[in-house]
Design a protein around this ligand. Structure first.
Ligand code: HSE
Length: 315
């Protein structure tokens, strides 16, 4: 058996309000670690899944057919002609069903660690497809808005029509992302199934305009335009009821100077973008609003150019 290789993959903010399923942002400070080593066995197995506390994870399975990490790693291993087996250890740093791209972080970290075991490792751009196979198992849909930012870092435009190509979107200096995770869970697969199937022309036009304006605002560093465009008129109204503190937390974010605030992925986490100098105040206002609704929470403040997944160390 070979030495362990460790890879880290960050959490991420799916949709970023304006781009359902096609825009994602890497989040600094939270992520999953996966260790991988070659074995004499057959195929990808999972030795253990542990949580942040170091204890065996109470909910996640070590069945390789039921974990996004092993599913993604197996797809890579098979496609690249890996021989014999791979053993994984999954260390969850991203809370489950949090809207923080938990399944994507596991899939990406597993793919990056397993890739390092190949005789001829692939480049990051070639790994996206394998991360998506793991993510699809968890969410039931083909969307790269968590896998792509977790893999590449930063703000990534990844509409299905362009995959496997994605576009790294330039980000303005001096703007931070704040994420508040209320201590609730939302199942992404269920949340996706609950979405309406048809939309009005006016909503479609409005959301297209917001997405286009937001992308230009980021590329040009136009902070006022970010404030005008960071809105979701289609998905947020359908999903916010599943997060009882949504209105209070969003209201607190906007009142404390955020440029905009919406659900992160399918929630329950909310994110806001704001000037770097206000980020701590915005985070604290959002946390207080959440707790005032009787819901515990934690928060992160991140740059918009957080690094993507990487191999950390051998040994
Ligand atoms: N785009 C996905 C959704 C992200 O909103 O369903 C899930 O984290």
């Amino acid at each position: 058996m070979s030495e362990w290789v460790t890879a880290f993959a960050p959490a991420s903010i799916g949709n970023v309000a304006v781009g359902f399923d096609m825009l994602g942002l890497a989040l600094e400070g939270a992520g999953d670690r996966v260790q991988a080593r070659r074995t004499d066995g057959d195929g990808v197995t999972i030795a253990e899944v542990r949580g942040l506390d170091g204890e065996v994870h109470p909910y996640l399975s070590t069945d390789p057919k039921a974990n996004t990490a092993s599913i993604a790693a197996q797809a890579l291993w098979d496609a690249q002609g890996g021989t014999r087996g791979v053993e994984l250890k999954v260390h969850k740093g991203v809370p489950l069903q949090s809207g923080m791209g938990s399944s994507a972080a596991s899939a990406v970290a597993a793919v990056v660690a397993t890739n390092a075991l190949l005789d001829e490792p692939l480049g990051p751009a070639q790994l996206l497809a394998y991360g998506l196979i793991g993510e699809q198992f968890a969410s039931g849909g083909l969307h790269a808005d968590n896998v792509a930012p977790s893999l590449f870092g930063g703000l990534v435009l990844c509409p299905q029509v362009l995959l496997p190509d994605v576009v790294r979107v330039p980000v303005p200096d001096g703007v931070s992302a704040v994420l508040v995770h209320p201590d609730l869970q939302v199942n992404t697969a269920h949340a996706r199934k609950a979405l309406a199937g048809g939309y009005s022309m006016s909503d479609w036009l409005a959301q297209q305009g917001l997405l286009a304006g937001f992308l230009v605002a980021c590329a040009e560093g136009d902070v006022d335009l970010i404030g005008k465009t960071l809105k979701d008129v289609v998905i947020e109204p359908q999903r916010k009821a599943s997060v009882p503190c949504f209105d209070a937390v969003k209201g607190a974010a906007l009142k404390s100077g955020a440029l905009g605030c919406s659900l992160s992925g399918s929630g329950p986490s909310l994110f806001a973008l704001c000037s770097e100098s206000r980020a701590r105040n915005v985070a604290s206002a959002m946390e207080q609003a959440c707790r005032s609704q009787g819901i515990a929470c934690e928060s992160w403040v991140s740059t918009l150019s957080a690094p993507g997944a990487r191999v950390e160390a051998d040994g």
